[in-house]
Design a binder for this molecule. Structure first.
Ligand SMILES: CC(C)(COP(=O)(O)OP(=O)(O)OC[C@H]1O[C@@H](n2cnc3c(N)ncnc32)[C@H](O)[C@@H]1OP(=O)(O)O)[C@@H](O)C(=O)NCCC(=O)NCCS
Length: 156
C-alpha cells in the first residue's frame, strides 16, 4: 500500500489591520527596502485589493493590488520563505487576477527588479510580458536599480 502525501490546504482571505504585525515581520524579513506599516494601513484604508494566504493556520503570504479605470497594479507580492516553491505565489497571484476581473480590470501592470529572477520567472509563467523599463526606479544597496515593467491583459 502506498501513502499519498497531501499538502495542507491554502486559504485566501482579505487582509485586515489585525494582520499587520505578522505582515511587518514577513515584510522586513523578505525585502531589503521594506514597506512601512503605514503604507499597508493606507492600502487597507483606501480600499486596494489586500489579500493574505494562510497554510497550517500561519500567514504564508500576502498581495496588494490597486485598481482603477480598468487597470490594476500589483504593488506587493510576498510568500514567506518556509512556504516558497510550493506554488503559493502562483496561486495567490491567480486569486488576485480573479478578484481584479470582478472589478472590470482589463490590464494588470507591475514593476520588478531585474535582479529578482524568481519573481520574473513567476510573472512570465503567469503570462506577463515586458513592456518597458523605469530607469533608477528602486533604491539599491549601491545606487539605484531600474524596474522592468510587465503587463498582462485579462481580456479574453
Ligand atoms: C517571488 C515569490 C513571490 C515566488 O513565490 P513562490 O510561492 O515561491 O512561487 P511559486 O512556488 O508559485 O513558483 C512559481 C514559479 O516562480 C518561479 N520561481 C519561484 N521561485 C523561484 C526561484 N527561487 N528561482 C527561480 N524561479 C523561481 C518558478 O518559475 C516557479 O515555477 P516552478 O516551481 O514550476 O519552477 C517569492 O519568492 C517571494 O515572496 N520573494 C520575496 C518577495 C518578492 O521578491 N516579491 C516580488 C516583488 S516584485
Amino acid at each position: 500500500m502506498s501513502a499519498v502525501l497531501k499538502s495542507p490546504p491554502v486559504f485566501f482571505r482579505p487582509m485586515s489591520g489585525e494582520d499587520l504585525d505578522n505582515i511587518m515581520t514577513l515584510e522586513t524579513r523578505n525585502y531589503d527596502f521594506p514597506w512601512t506599516r503605514q503604507i499597508f494601513a493606507d492600502c487597507l484604508r483606501v480600499g486596494y485589493l489586500c489579500q493574505v494566504c494562510e497554510m497550517d493556520n500561519q500567514l504564508a503570504g500576502y498581495c496588494i493590488m490597486s485598481t482603477g479605470a480598468s487597470e490594476a497594479h500589483v504593488l506587493n507580492l510576498c510568500i514567506a520563505q518556509g512556504y516558497r516553491r510550493r506554488g503559493l505565489g502562483k496561486r495567490l497571484l491567480t486569486h488576485m487576477l480573479e478578484l481584479a476581473k470582478h472589478r472590470q480590470v482589463g490590464t494588470v501592470f507591475l514593476e520588478v527588479r531585474p535582479s529578482n529572477k524568481a519573481a520574473i520567472s513567476l510573472y512570465e509563467k503567469m503570462g506577463f510580458n515586458e513592456i518597458g523599463t523605469r530607469l533608477d526606479y528602486y533604491p539599491a544597496r549601491v545606487g539605484r536599480e531600474d524596474a522592468i515593467i510587465l503587463a498582462k491583459s485579462l481580456e479574453v
